[in-house]
Design a protein around this ligand. Structure first.
Ligand code: 5GP
Length: 201
């Protein structure tokens, strides 16, 4: 069986990445890695489903044990991708999506250059602010911090393989499946087929 791909999927807060992922994950070829974080759960979030919510001490112990593929600090909390959430699924042939911020993505770029890197951009900064206010889960202070963070993150967009603008959800999801298909057709991933054809020539 062919192995799956790692898909690094980043977007500043308020880019509608959660809604996009909801649509993408209806397709069973994709699996979402559940990250570990030291952030407190938001209302409705479940341990082991949205994140593995752990203490800073536990997080650092796991860093020392080499349990993370990448980890980074974001708005005063630690976030990391656990090896155990990714590698077994790749072996099973699933495409594993890592929904992570830019610093972690750049670590993945170094360690896993074969991964696919997708950046979700907003149509405008005004739209980010509007979406964050509408969500209503953060205080004004946190929103301002996330907007500053978003501005910084946009500076990394060019380091990704693909940039998808999430203006209309349906179009953004369609763009995602288009780049997935294009990736599948790239020559480095087609050698099995060419070998097979030549063997039977
Ligand atoms: P939130 O607190 O809104 O759930 O996530 C904040 C940021 O952390 C988002 O940009 C999200 O993509 C990022 N994040 C979530 N999990 C991970 C992870 O495992 N590693 C890294 N580097 N960032 C993550």
């Amino acid at each position: 069986m062919n192995k799956g791909r790692i898909i690094v999927f980043s977007a500043p807060s308020g880019c509608g990445k959660g809604t996009m992922l909801g649509e993408i994950l209806k397709d069973e070829r994709f699996h979402l890695s559940v990250s570990a974080t030291t952030r407190a759960p938001r209302e409705g979030e479940k341990d082991g489903v949205n994140y593995h919510f752990i203490t800073r001490e536990d997080f650092m112990k796991r860093v020392d044990n080499g349990e993370f593929l990448e980890h980074a600090e974001y708005c005063d909390n630690l976030y990391g991708t656990l090896r155990s959430e990714v590698i077994p699924f790749i072996e099973e042939g699933k495409n594993v999506i890592l929904e992570i911020e830019v610093k972690g993505a750049m670590q993945m770029r170094e360690k896993y250059p074969d991964a696919m890197f997708v950046f979700i951009a907003p149509p405008s900064m005004a739209e980010i602010r509007r979406r964050l206010l509408k969500r209503g889960t953060e205080t004004e202070d946190v929103i301002e911090k996330r907007i500053a963070q978003a501005t910084m993150e946009l500076g990394y967009a060019q380091d990704y393989d693909y940039i998808i603008v999430n203006d209309a959800l349906e179009d953004a999801v369609a763009d995602f499946f288009t780049v997935i298909r294009a990736e599948q057709l790239r020559a480095p991933f087609r050698s099995d087929h060419i070998d097979e054809v030549r063997k039977n020539a």
